[in-house]
Design a binder for this molecule. Structure first.
Ligand code: AHR
Length: 613
C-alpha cells in the first residue's frame, strides 16, 4: 500500500511539474492540445505541419501534440493526458467519431473544443472545421462519368478506414453520380485504411482477377499511388487513377497529377491553419465564432495543377481599385431579422473599409437577377447574395463565373447542379433550427397522448429557410403519433400576412388549435395579434413557437405571449467581409461557414434583452 501511495505522489508531482513547465515555458500564455488520430497518413502529417506553421505567428502559444496511432482507446487516454497538462483548448482529429463523441462532449463542458475533419454526433463542441465529404464523392463520381463517357467501364473503389465518416460519405456521393451511367460497374471495393502499402498489396491481387480494369478511384492520393505501384509492373497504361487530398508535398496528389500518375484529385485542406486561427480567436474571447467551417474542395487535373503547385491565383478582368467593391443583392425588408442582418452587413463593411453597394429586390427573384447582372456589368470584385428562392440561378451564376466574379451566398442557399458556380455560403443550419423548434414542442407537451393540432405559418414559397425549417420540424414529428399539422400556409416571413393568415385559420378551425409554428418571428407576432383579436390568450390557450430570436420576439417571450424562439443569427456581416477580403487577396476561403446559434425561452428572454441588444 505504501509503495502505491509513493507511486501516486511521484506521478502527481511529475504532472504538476509538467503543467507548470508547460505553461511557464518561454512565457507560454496559451497551451493548445492537438489530439491526432494517427501519423501514418501523409494527410495527417500535413495537418500537424499546418498547425505548427500557423502557430509560429503567436509568440506566447504552445501546442502539445499526441498521436493515437489509429487507436480510439489510446486517443481517449491522450485527451486525458492533455487535460492533465492544463491545456486551454483542445483540437481533436478523431480516430473514430462513435468512440470519441462522449469524450468530446465531456471535455467541452470544461474547455473549448475544435473538432477537425471528422464530425462528432450532435452539437456539443465549439467549432467544427472539415471538408464536405459527400460533395467530394459527388464530384469524383461526376469526374468518373466524364472520363469513361457513355461507353462506361469497370472500376475499383479503394476505401479508407471503415467507420470514419469520410469513407461512407465519399463512397455514397461517388455512387450517387456513377449510377447515372449504367455502363459503369464497380467490380471491386477494397479497404486499405488510408495506407499506401495496403492499397498496393490489394491492387496487386485484384489485377490478377481483373486484368481489364478501366479506372481506380481511391479515397486518398496515398492509396491511389499505392494502387498505381501495385500494378505498375504490369505496364497497364490505360488505367485511370483518381485520388483525394491534393497535397503539395513529395509524392502528394499535386505532383502525382503533374507527373500524369493520377488523372486527377480533389483538394481536401487539412484545416490545421484555420484551427489555430480560430483557436486564438476563441482564447482571446472574440464574439463571432461560427459553429462549422466547411472547407473547399477543388478539382485538380493536368490543366490547372500548376496554379496550385505554384500558388498562382490569376485574377483577370477586374479593374484595379483602391478598395474592394462588394455588390450585395439583398432580398427585401420583409422582417425585423432582415433589418438586423442589413445593419450587420453595413457596419462590417465600414469596419473592413469595403465599398458596399447593397440593392434590395423586394423579394422578387426576377429583380434580384437583374441586380446581379448589373453588378457583373459594373465589374464589382465580389457579389453577395441572399437568394429570395432556391432555384433558377444557373444562368446568371454562369455569367458571373465567366466574368470571374465570385458569389458569396449569405443566409440562404440555392439548389443548382453545379455547386462550383458559387464560392462560399455563410449562414445557419435551417434544418437544425426546425428540429430545435419541434424538439422543444414535444418536450413541452411531455407524455400527453392528446392529439396536438399545429398550425404552420411558412416563409416565402421556394425560399431555402422555408423549405428546410419545414423539413427539420417534420423530421422530429415523424417519431410521434399525436402531433398533427392541421394547417400549413404561406405568410412570406411578413407580420401583416402572419396576422391575416392566422385570422382566417382561427375562423375556420375555431378552438381546435393547440400550437402555432411560425418560420420566423414576424409571422409569429402577427399571429399573436390575430389570436388576441380572436379573444384567446397567445402563449397559454395557443402555444406559439418561432425562429429568429429578434428583439420584438424576446419582448413577446418576456410578456408570456410567445413560448419559444430558436435563434437564427443575423450578424453575418463580419464573416461576409472577411471572406470578401480573402477572395480579393486571392486566398483560399471555406466553402461553408455555419453560424453558432442558441434558443430563447420565457425564462432567459429578459436576460437576453439586457445583455444581447
Ligand atoms: O433567411 C432568413 C429568414 O429570412 C429569416 O428567418 C426571416 O426573418 C427572413 O426574412
Amino acid at each position: 500500500m505504501k509503495k502505491f501511495i509513493v507511486f501516486i505522489l511521484i506521478i502527481s508531482i511529475f504532472l504538476v511539474l509538467i503543467n507548470n513547465e508547460s505553461k511557464e515555458d518561454e512565457g507560454t500564455k496559451y497551451l493548445i492540445g492537438m489530439s491526432q488520430a494517427n501519423l501514418s497518413e501523409p494527410w495527417r502529417i500535413m495537418m500537424n505541419e499546418d498547425i505548427k506553421e500557423a502557430v509560429k505567428k503567436y509568440r506566447d502559444v504552445k501546442v502539445i501534440f499526441t498521436d493515437a496511432g489509429q487507436s480510439s482507446k489510446k486517443q481517449i487516454n491522450d485527451v486525458d493526458k492533455l487535460l492533465d497538462y492544463g491545456i486551454d483548448i483542445l483540437i481533436i482529429s478523431m480516430n473514430n467519431s462513435e468512440d470519441l463523441t462522449p469524450i468530446v462532449e465531456n471535455v467541452y463542458k470544461k474547455i473549448p473544443v475544435i473538432v477537425l475533419d471528422r464530425h462528432v454526433k450532435g452539437y456539443d463542441y465549439t467549432l467544427f472545421i472539415g471538408p464536405d465529404n459527400k460533395f467530394i464523392g459527388e464530384e469524383t463520381g461526376k469526374f468518373i462519368v466524364d472520363i469513361l463517357g457513355d461507353k462506361g467501364g469497370d472500376i475499383v473503389e479503394i476505401q479508407g478506414l471503415l467507420g470514419s465518416p469520410p469513407v461512407s460519405d465519399r463512397s455514397k456521393g461517388m455512387r450517387s453520380e456513377i449510377k447515372k451511367n449504367k455502363n459503369i460497374n464497380i467490380i471491386e471495393t477494397v479497404v486499405a485504411d488510408w495506407q499506401k502499402d495496403k492499397a498496393e498489396d490489394k491492387m496487386r491481387e485484384i489485377i490478377k482477377k481483373h486484368p481489364s480494369i478501366d479506372l481506380v478511384c481511391a479515397q486518398s492520393d496515398a492509396m491511389a499511388f499505392g494502387a498505381y505501384k501495385g500494378i505498375e509492373e504490369n505496364k497497364l497504361g490505360n488505367i485511370h487513377f483518381l485520388g483525394v487530398d491534393g497535397l503539395a508535398n513529395y509524392n502528394g496528389g499535386l505532383s502525382l497529377v503533374e507527373e500524369g500518375i493520377l488523372k486527377g484529385t480533389f483538394t481536401c485542406p487539412t484545416g490545421g491553419k484555420e484551427a489555430i486561427e480560430y483557436a486564438m480567436e476563441i482564447l482571446q474571447g472574440k464574439k463571432t465564432i461560427p459553429k462549422k467551417i466547411i472547407l473547399r474542395a477543388n478539382k485538380i487535373i493536368r490543366d490547372n495543377v500548376g496554379e496550385y503547385l505554384n500558388k498562382k491565383y490569376k485574377k483577370e478582368g477586374n479593374e484595379v481599385r483602391a478598395s474592394i467593391l462588394l455588390g450585395f443583392a439583398q432580398t427585401g425588408m420583409e422582417s425585423s431579422w432582415r433589418d438586423a442582418n442589413v445593419k450587420s452587413i453595413e457596419k462590417a463593411a465600414v469596419d473592413y473599409g469595403i465599398d458596399l453597394d447593397m440593392v434590395y429586390s423586394d423579394n422578387s427573384q426576377e429583380k434580384q437577377i437583374r441586380i446581379v447582372r448589373e453588378f457583373i456589368r459594373k465589374k464589382v470584385d465580389v457579389i453577395g447574395l441572399s437568394p429570395v428562392v432556391e432555384r433558377g440561378w444557373e444562368e446568371v451564376f454562369k455569367e458571373a463565373k465567366e466574368a470571374n466574379i465570385p458569389i458569396i451566398l449569405c443566409d440562404r442557399k440555392v439548389t443548382i447542379d453545379d455547386n462550383n458556380l458559387w464560392t462560399s455560403f455563410i449562414g445557419s443550419d435551417f434544418i437544425e433550427e426546425g428540429k430545435r423548434a419541434g424538439r422543444w414542442m414535444i418536450d413541452y407537451f411531455g407524455n400527453s397522448k392528446d392529439v396536438i393540432n399545429i398550425v404552420e405559418l411558412k416563409g416565402t414559397r421556394g425560399a431555402n429557410p422555408a423549405i428546410e425549417r419545414k423539413i427539420g420540424f417534420e423530421e422530429v414529428l415523424r417519431d410521434t403519433s399525436n402531433f398533427k399539422i392541421i394547417k400549413s400556409e404561406y405568410a412570406n416571413f411578413r407580420m401583416d400576412m402572419g396576422k391575416s393568415v392566422m385570422k382566417n385559420i382561427l375562423n375556420q378551425e375555431k378552438g381546435k388549435i393547440d400550437v402555432v409554428y411560425a418560420h420566423n418571428d414576424d409571422m409569429a407576432l402577427g399571429a399573436i395579434t390575430a389570436i388576441e383579436d380572436y379573444g384567446l390568450e397567445p402563449g397559454k390557450d395557443i402555444i406559439v413557437i418561432s425562429i429568429d430570436g429578434t428583439v420584438p420576439a424576446l419582448k413577446a417571450l418576456a410578456a408570456g405571449k410567445l413560448n419559444f424562439a430558436v435563434e437564427c443569427n443575423p450578424v453575418l456581416g463580419p464573416q461576409i467581409m472577411e471572406v470578401t477580403k480573402d477572395l480579393f487577396e486571392n486566398k483560399e476561403v471555406p466553402k461553408q461557414i455555419i453560424t453558432e446559434e442558441e434558443v430563447f425561452t420565457q425564462e432567459n428572454a429578459k436576460k437576453e434583452l439586457l445583455t444581447k441588444y
